[in-house]
Design a protein around this ligand. Structure first.
Ligand code: B12
Ligand code: SF4
Ligand code: SF4
Length: 381
């Protein structure tokens, strides 16, 4: 290892780009570690409008979320990386719970972190010096889309996603905040033109204005980050979505023509839960151990057992599946979580043959909130 670096920012850039591609990243770009001012401004307005819902990590100060140097004092550059998670399209629904594409395979946090650390090692080996670099994806408080846009990976779509002209928007963003001077890229450019398909297609109206998503209404938030009840007036609009939502990306013309099949076997359906969940099976998961056995190592653990079971109850109610009645009845009788029991009651109220179990449960139910759900499902309130 040589302590002093003899390579120029231009040479560093060539090295980083080559090594990142060799490590399997589809996209790579570089920006300085200076604050992301425009992104910070947008974040401030988003926070002030209450659109961050109860996401505590998004309510942290704008100065922190928009400044790479707050995460690593010695930072000189941000290497922004993109990796496609596109494993194809969903087969036609056969009465199951739809899973957003990014979560079909192994947990991306683990897969990407491993490769980022390997990339950092490769950079050190090639430059012959140690570098200080913080490696993360979707785990550290930084506006990753804004950093990626400034690093040239793509442009902001009206659905707020970063869209690459090379691969569309089905890609994760990962970062190395590094104490190395690297020649930066020009910011990403592109436009939606006159298209507004994502805004028209969003079932909950969550895209409040171009590029601005209200988390309180977004199905991705409601089914993944939210730990409590799904507001009754939004349940029907969730349709068959049991985990996350891709609607505003599915309708996007860039994804129709540019989506690139992932080269990482970790993200293929065989590596995890795949594109659909068996509703009866998930609704019957009663313990944390069973949940971990079934979904450990995938992103589906994020909402917790009760959250995922809750979502599957809502989907069963929306699809009005008689075959799921016994599982819903059992959940209403015996699940420990009031959130699960309440959503099971809601679903039973929408399925033919569900009333008897509701009437019986009303006698026994100890939780006031769940009793209200049962009353509502029976049409009494
Ligand atoms: C909080 C969060 C959410 C929240 C809020 C989403 C939101 N749009 O704000 C919820 C839970 C709803 C969510 C959902 C999803 N998320 Co999310 N999420 C995040 C997280 C942690 C922070 C996002 C954030 O800062 N939001 C606040 C707003 C203000 O910022 P922003 O989304 O970055 O939007 C910026 C740009 O869009 C820009 N902008 C928008 N329009 C315009 C127009 C102009 C002219 C300009 C200049 C700028 C501009 O301004 C905003 C501020 O910088 C990031 C990871 C991270 N640390 O950055 C992942 C991240 C954004 N999510 C990601 C993914 C994959 C998703 C989902 C697709 C998952 C799914 N299938 O269910 C959906 C997509 C929903 C959507 N349409 O945005 C990826 C996006 C990758 C990409 N190609 O864009 C990220 C980057 C995670 C990662 N590391 O890969 N997410
Ligand atoms: S992810 Fe779904 S709910 Fe969220 S903005 Fe996109 S279409 Fe709307
Ligand atoms: S669907 Fe249309 S408006 Fe929405 S992000 Fe794609 S190109 Fe832009």
């Amino acid at each position: 290892m040589t302590p002093a670096l003899k390579t120029s920012p231009k040479e560093n850039r060539e090295t980083v780009l080559r090594l990142a591609r060799a490590a399997g990243f589809d996209l790579v770009g570089v920006t300085s570690a200076e604050p992301l001012e425009k992104g910070g401004e947008r974040l401030r307005r988003w926070q002030e409008a209450g659109m961050s819902a109860d996401l505590g990590y998004m309510q942290r100060p704008v100065e922190l979320l928009s400044n790479p140097k707050k995460l690593q004092k010695s930072a000189r550059s941000v290497i922004s990386l993109g990796v496609s998670y596109y494993g194809g399209d969903h087969p036609e629904n056969i009465g199951a719970g739809h899973v957003a594409r990014y979560a079909w395979g192994r947990d991306y946090h683990d897969s990407i972190k491993e490769r980022l650390l390997r990339l950092r090692g490769d950079i050190e080996a090639e430059l012959g010096t140690r570098v200080k670099a913080r490696a993360f994806t979707d785990a550290v408080p930084l506006l990753e889309r804004s950093a990626a846009q400034r690093a040239g990976l793509g442009f902001f779509g009206r659905n707020a996603c970063l869209i690459s002209r090379e691969v569309g928007s089905y890609f994760f963003i990962a970062d190395l905040i590094i104490d190395l001077d690297i020649e930066p890229d020009a910011p990403g450019e592109g436009t939606c033109g006159r298209c507004s398909r994502c805004m028209d297609a969003c079932p909950t109206g969550a895209i409040r204005e171009p590029g601005v998503v209200d988390a309180r209404l977004c199905i991705s938030y409601l089914t993944i980050e939210n730990r409590g009840d799904i507001p009754p007036d939004l349940r029907e609009r969730i349709g068959d979505r049991a985990f996350g939502c891709d609607i505003c990306q599915e309708v996007c013309p860039y994804n129709k023509t540019k989506a690139r099949k992932t080269g990482w076997s970790d993200f293929l359906p065989e590596a995890g839960a795949g594109p659909y969940l068996d509703l009866r099976e998930v609704i019957a998961v009663r313990t944390e151990e069973e949940f971990e056995r079934r979904f450990g190592g995938t992103a589906l653990t994020r909402p917790g057992r009760a959250g995922l079971v809750r979502n599957c109850c809502v989907v069963a109610g929306n699809l009005r599946l008689g075959s799921v009645l016994p599982a819903l009845e059992e959940a209403l009788r015996s699940d420990d979580s009031p959130v699960v029991r309440g959503h099971a009651a809601w679903a039973l109220g929408r399925i033919d043959g569900g009333r008897r179990a509701l009437t019986e449960a009303l006698e026994e139910e100890p939780d006031g909130g769940v009793r209200e759900e049962i009353e509502a499902a029976l049409g009494r309130s």
